[in-house]
Design a protein around this ligand. Sequence first.
Ligand SMILES: [Fe+2]
Ligand SMILES: [Fe+2]
Length: 255
Amino acid sequence: MSDLLIRIAHFSDTHISSFGNFLEKYFDKTADAINRLDPAPDIVIHSGDLTDNGVLEDYEFAIEKLKSINGRLVLAPGNHDERNYGQELFKEMLGNLDREEHIGRLAVYIMNSPEPDRDEGRLGRRRQAFLEEKLSQLPKDIIKVIVFHHHLVPIPYAGRETNVLEDAGDILETVLRNSVSFVFMGHRHVSRVLRINQSILINAATTSSIRTRGRLGHSFNIVDIYSDNRINVIEYNTSLDKTFLKESFDMTQIV
Ligand SMILES: [Fe+2]
Ligand SMILES: [Fe+2]
């Protein structure tokens, strides 16, 4: 019998705003679903586009909405959060754009992939060197997690692919070389899970933007890590009120 050791909830692209693209009903459904998870998640990850326009009214509304979610929340900034000089509000109200958090056995590196007023994203050599240094020094029993907004590999159902992380090749190399267990991303509004060697790349769909794709709807992810190194990624679709076992992986060296 294997035990559930760690549970991660992952949501993204909430696009909170009073000015148009935010569907509050789906945010509230998501908050309620996360709060009802049993066992509760050890960490709740938001992978960017918290707000729709990056303006003060959006951030104030977002802070209010985030209060309805229980648990240890970590947020990465998205390109929408850095529109209209929003990166300064993010820093002031939510903390540094790049951050390192240690939560139980998880070492979480939150990286700022957007640049102000651009849709494209990159981590750049400075962040890559920082990650290489940090990741290579972690003890073996620590689970390595990276969070950023832009996607590291192309995502299906996205039409003509744009905005893959500009330095995706270099960052993917860092991820694989250091056996990073999880990379959490957003941006494309499509839920996607991909395993490469000992790394699992996870994109969340949009939580509450009107910009869903086809019939994919709104959803968030639950990642369960078991004592026998099995990883289950569950998609909780709030449009259908259903959960799906999206992927199940038997890893060799997660825990
Ligand atoms: Fe988005
Ligand atoms: Fe985005």
